[in-house]
Design a protein around this ligand. Structure first.
Ligand code: NAI
Ligand code: PYL
Ligand code: MG
Length: 263
């Protein structure tokens, strides 16, 4: 059976600059650093004069409206010199390299990659997204314990959970797929969490493609919810009631993580 990524829609990417600015403010409130600062601290890299070539890809479900334009806006937002190729696919790749791209960004329905042609480093969006959202949550300045809740342990959630473990957090994990949960508990040594449990968390990371996955009982006043998962894991009502510090953005934070990881 073919397993695909949950694909973005043009609607998810509307007003990407505004979404990025709001996410940057949220990250600053939570961590004291902006997104770029968290990326630099995480990977120990900073940008030079790398030119980023963005190649539209037509295979599978094809071009997503706003996708390449959003990557263009995102790369410029973080201070990269970037361009979108006129041609897609192999011709676009050729065009990007011929026009001086040092880093290629491109995505089909399964893989979104950043490839630094100068140093050979390559990054995949899913682990890079999991790691940066976990890193942001782990830097919550007002966290009251080392306990974190991770909901969704798939291609984005698993690397996020692993990152928390690596940083010495006590990780409680839940996934609707019982087999995956069991395997992750055994691989990472995390604590299986029952969502019926009424334990409250000040740090929550969510990476599922579903809405309203978090019950009210896990939310504490002013907790951080760092979530790449679309749609949102909590209702607007819960967000207001618990003054939840929400870090959620559809493409830019993960892309920044990819770019800084290949510098
Ligand atoms: P995946 O399919 O590999 O993993 C999702 C996991 O969530 C699965 O293990 C599934 O069993 C679990 N799940 C589904 N419903 C659940 C529920 N109600 N409660 C608990 N667990 C549940 O998907 P992947 O690649 O990890 O992506 C997760 C989400 O992150 C998707 O919405 C995807 O579009 C989004 N995403 C966002 C990015 C961003 O930059 N904001 C970047 C990459 C992915
Ligand atoms: C990278 C995102 C995050 C969530 N889902 C992933 C997704 O939508 N992937 C598909 C990207 C396809 C892009 C298309 C284009 O316009 O070039 N091939
Ligand atoms: Mg993102």
């Amino acid at each position: 059976m073919e397993i695909k990524m949950a694909l973005l829609t043009p609607h998810d990417l509307m007003n990407i600059n505004k979404q990025l600015q709001e996410a940057d403010s949220a990250v600053r409130r939570v961590t004291g650093l902006d997104i770029k600062g968290v990326c630099k601290a995480l990977y120990g890299t900073s940008q030079g004069s790398e030119k980023v070539g963005i190649v539209p890809v037509t295979s599978g479900n094809g071009i997503i409206g706003n996708f390449s334009a959003s990557l263009h806006a995102i790369t410029q937002y973080f201070g990269f010199d970037s361009f979108v190729t006129d041609m897609p696919d192999v011709s676009g790749y050729y065009e990007a390299v011929r026009n001086g791209a040092g880093i290629i960004l491109m995505a089909d329905d399964h893989t979104f990659l950043a490839h630094n042609l100068k140093n050979g480093k390559i990054a995949n969006n899913q682990p890079c997204t999991g790691i940066i959202y976990a890193e942001i949550a782990s830097r919550h300045l007002k966290a009251n314990s080392k306990d974190v809740l991770v909901v969704g342990l798939g291609k984005v959630g698993f690397p996020g959970a692993a990152h928390f473990v690596h940083k010495g957090f006590r990780v409680y994990g839940y996934d609707a797929d019982r087999t995956l949960l069991k395997r992750t508990v055994s691989n990472l040594g995390i604590i299986p969490f029952d969502l019926e449990n009424s334990k409250k968390f000040s740090i929550i990371f969510e990476a599922t493609p579903c809405a309203d996955t978090l019950p009210e009982a896990v939310l504490s006043e002013n907790c951080v919810l760092s979530t790449p998962g679309i749609p949102c894991a909590i209702s607007e009502e819960f967000r207001k009631k618990y003054d939840v510090q929400l870090v959620m953005e559809p493409l830019g934070i993960g892309t920044a993580s990819m770019l800084y990881s290949v510098l």
